[in-house]
Design a binder for this molecule. Structure first.
Ligand SMILES: [Zn+2]
Length: 492
């Protein structure tokens, strides 16, 4: 069986949504796929289970594209058109009280310190997105919040490879879909892949490998619905009745960073692995309420109604250590409503638990008048569990707020202000380094505990030393070695 075709989808959509969508000819879709896939490799069509996600969505008045037909590279290690489309919907409850969460100040004030960059291609008027949806001119004023959202991510994650996004401004009708994303290639068993036989998003693959393994493909495809009243400001002061585009871009980019997995659902049965037998890295952290991994085939055969039941149990949890640490030490509840909602279920944080909290960005729905410009610690922890290296910027106590490091010139006293906005929450001195030959060469997170550490070097003999910090205290310290040839300089 194959995925529902675009034409099937449109018929369903016309029935449910007053026929606001134009039919796309199969020829257009096929020709686009041919162009996208190219001829650098011999693609193999994969037999995939059928899926009724999107007819369910249509009955709810949602609009989302059908998943594309998957294509496997000849070496079997790249899966094209693979990221399932995930949707972000306008909150159906108009009485919902909007919240405003600003970006951490150091993200917006230090764009020059970005540790990842994004390359955004706006599909011109007359083009189509990956799913064949016609695109209109992306409003120029919408590109400012798009860049601002990318800049926030660029100051959180680390990648030496620019992350590429193809963005479409589409007429998705009067549905409640703010936008959808997906479709990027997935890769497995590349050099430095942390987990074997596991699919990773293109963006994460490139970041882990340190080079662009497939520069002819976009890492993310994101489409926005032009029918909403969008707010293009970046100040978070979204007027009532408008939707903050910057927040929605921030949300969709997170999906493109691998905040989604391979679980699918059809007529009560759940399955994973895109028909390949290999999980997405996101899937590997998911457990049921009893702690069983959903990909443990000893408990959950693949496919099975047992998986389907679990996916609709309101009892699915993410068990990554970093996400849990950011969640008060407890497992992270995921969105798993009793009726499967394709594009929403499984690929978002639980709504009841996380809406109206600092972790609201990755719940499935977003309200008018809101602004959420900080991904929140749970989402950042989740991405770190998936394999993303996070930037920690002069944050000695790990509260995700930058602190200030001082040194007194004449006697070498080191001091730290632990900051909370413009206020000094607390402060102290880890020690006095009276020998002026010891110089602070940098600040970084050497032990991965989300707290910045201090890197020293002795000027005359090249000894290197590190203080592993915990707030203003030195948790431990040591020397990785001596680099006596002083032509070797530590780069920052
Ligand atoms: Zn989403």
């Amino acid at each position: 069986m194959r995925w529902p075709t675009r034409e099937m989808w449109n018929i369903i959509e016309v029935e449910s949504n007053a026929g606001t969508h134009k039919m796309i000819t199969k020829l257009l879709k096929v020709s686009f796929v041919i162009v996208a896939v190219g001829f650098l490799f011999a693609p193999y069509g994969l037999a995939m289970p059928n899926d009724d996600d999107f007819s369910v969505l249509s009955r709810l008045g949602y609009f989302a594209p059908a998943p594309l037909e998957l294509e496997l590279s000849s070496d079997g290690k790249t899966l094209y058109n693979a990221g399932f489309p995930v949707v972000y919907v306008a909150h159906p409850d108009s009485s919902h009280e909007p919240v405003r969460i600003p970006a951490p100040f150091y993200l917006l004030t230090a764009p020059e310190s970005a540790t990842a960059t994004f390359s955004i291609t706006y599909v011109p008027n007359g083009g189509t997105d990956l799913w064949g949806e016609p695109c209109y001119t992306f409003p120029s004023e919408g590109q400012t919040p798009f860049n601002a959202a990318a800049s926030i991510w660029g100051n959180i994650i680390q990648s030496a490879v620019p992350i590429t996004i193809r963005a479409c401004w589409a007429d998705l009708g009067s549905s409640s879909i703010l936008g959808y994303s997906g479709g990027g290639p997935l890769r497995r068993d590349f050099s430095s892949a942390p987990r074997p036989l596991t699919w990773y998003s293109g963006s994460l693959t490139n970041a882990l490998a340190g080079s662009d393994l497939d520069p002819s493909y976009f890492d993310m495809h994101i489409t926005y619905n032009l029918n909403f009243s969008w707010y293009y400001g970046t100040d978070g002061l979204t007027p009532a009745g408008q939707y903050d585009l910057m927040s929605v871009v921030l949300h969709e980019i997170a999906h493109g960073l691998n905040f989604s997995g391979s679980m699918s659902y059809s007529a009560g049965s759940g399955s994973w692995g895109y028909g390949t037998g290999y999980p997405n890295i996101y899937d590997t952290f998911m457990r049921d309420g009893s702690g069983n991994q959903l990909i443990d085939t000893g408990v959950y055969p693949n496919p099975s109604t047992a998986i389907g039941t679990a996916l609709t149990s309101n009892n699915i949890w993410f068990h990554g250590s970093n996400a849990m640490a950011a969640n008060g030490g407890v497992r992270v509840k995921m969105y798993a409503p009793s009726t499967w909602a394709g594009g929403s279920s499984y690929s978002h944080l639980d709504y009841t638990t996380f809406n109206d909290t600092e972790n609201e960005l990755m719940v499935y729905a977003f309200s008018s008048g809101e602004s959420v410009h900080d991904p929140g610690p749970v989402t950042e922890g989740l991405l770190k569990d998936l394999g993303w290296h996070k930037k920690v910027d002069f944050d000695f106590d790990g509260d995700r707020k930058s602190d200030i490091l001082w040194q007194y010139a004449t006697d070498g006293t080191v001091a730290i202000w632990l900051m909370n906005g413009v206020a000094i929450a607390s402060g102290g001195s880890p020690g006095v380094v009276s020998d002026p030959n010891w110089e602070i060469k940098g600040v970084g997170d050497f032990d991965g505990d989300r707290k910045s550490d201090i890197l020293w070097q002795y000027a005359t003999d090249g000894s290197v030393a590190i203080w592993l910090m915990n707030g203003v205290a030195i948790a431990s310290g040591g020397s990785p070695g001596v680099v006596s040839d002083l032509d070797w300089e530590i780069m920052n």
